[in-house]
Write a protein that binds this ligand. Structure first.
Ligand code: SAH
Length: 219
C-alpha cells in the first residue's frame, strides 16, 4: 500500500492509532499480524472529514447510504477468526462499505476480493482507495449473498452484514481447509465460524454480534 499523507497531529495521528491497537490488545485480540495491520491502516481516511476525529474510538460510524464502518474491535476480531493463526491466500469479503476492512485484509491475505451491493457507496469507496494503490484488492458491485463464483474457491470468506441463515453459495465457494466468518441472526445475531473439511463442515458459534442486514439483490 502506498503511504498517504495524513495530518500527523491530533486525533488522527499514528499515536492515536497505536493507542487504539493497545485497546484492542487489552480487549483480547492477540494475533500480532492482525494488530500490526490495524496499526498500519489509517482508519480516519475511510470516514468523512467531519467525523475523522472519532475514527479511532471503538465505535461504528456512519459512512453514507445508511451503512456503517464496523468498530475497530469488530474488524480485528473477525479478521483474527478468519486467519486462525494461518497465512491467508485468497479471501472474499462481502460488504465492502467504506473499504476499511478490505484494506486491512489486503495487508494480511495474498489476494482480496470485496463485493458491495450499493453501487453508489462502492463508487465512493473506489475513489477513496485509488490513491492507496492496493495491488492485491479487487472490488465488484454485486450481491455477495451469492458469493463471487468467478474467483472461487476462497481460503477465507468474511461477511460484514448479518445473514438470516448461512448462504449456501458461500459454503460452496470455500476451499477445503477454508473458513467462513459470518454474523447470523435477525434480532439476536451471533458471530459464526464455519470451517470446511475434506468431508463436510464444522460450525462454531462465537459471540453476540451487531451488524446491518445482509440484503439480497443490488442497489
Ligand atoms: N467492511 C465494511 C463494513 C460495511 S457495513 C467496512 O469496513 O466499512 C456492511 C456492508 O455490507 C454495507 O455497505 C452493505 O451495503 C453491504 N451489504 C449488505 N448486503 C450485501 C450483499 N448481499 N452483498 C454485498 N454487500 C452487502
Amino acid at each position: 500500500m502506498k503511504e498517504v499523507s495524513t495530518s500527523g497531529i491530533g486525533m488522527t495521528s499514528a499515536r492515536t492509532r497505536a493507542r487504539m491497537v493497545e485497546r484492542l490488545r487489552a480487549a483480547g485480540v492477540q494475533d500480532p499480524i492482525v494488530l500490526a495491520a490495524m496499526n498500519a491502516v489509517p482508519r480516519h481516511i475511510f470516514v468523512d472529514e467531519a467525523i475523522a476525529s472519532r475514527a479511532y474510538e471503538d465505535s461504528a460510524l456512519p459512512i453514507g447510504s445508511g451503512q456503517t464502518i464496523s468498530a475497530p474491535y469488530t474488524v480485528a476480531r473477525m479478521v483474527e477468526l478468519l486467519r486462525a493463526g494461518k497465512k491467508l491466500g485468497k479471501v472474499l469479503e462481502v460488504g465492502t462499505g467504506c473499504g476499511y476492512q478490505a484494506t486491512v485484509l489486503s495487508r494480511i491475505a495474498r489476494e482480496v476480493y470485496s463485493v458491495e451491493r450499493i453501487g453508489q457507496l462502492l463508487e465512493k469507496t473506489r475513489a477513496r482507495l485509488w490513491p492507496l494503490k492496493i495491488r492485491n484488492l479487487r472490488l465488484k458491485h454485486t450481491d455477495g449473498s451469492l458469493g463471487l463464483p468467478e474467483a472461487a474457491p476462497y481460503d477465507g470468506i468474511i461477511v460484514a452484514a448479518a445473514a438470516t441463515s448461512i448462504p449456501p453459495a458461500l459454503l460452496d465457494q470455500l476451499a477445503p481447509g477454508g473458513r467462513l466468518v459470518i454474523p447470523v441472526g435477525v434480532q439476536e445475531q451471533q458471530l459464526v465460524v464455519v470451517e470446511r473439511h475434506e468431508e463436510g463442515f464444522t460450525e462454531t458459534v462465537m459471540e453476540p454480534a451487531r451488524f446491518v442486514p445482509l440484503l439480497e439483490d443490488m442497489a
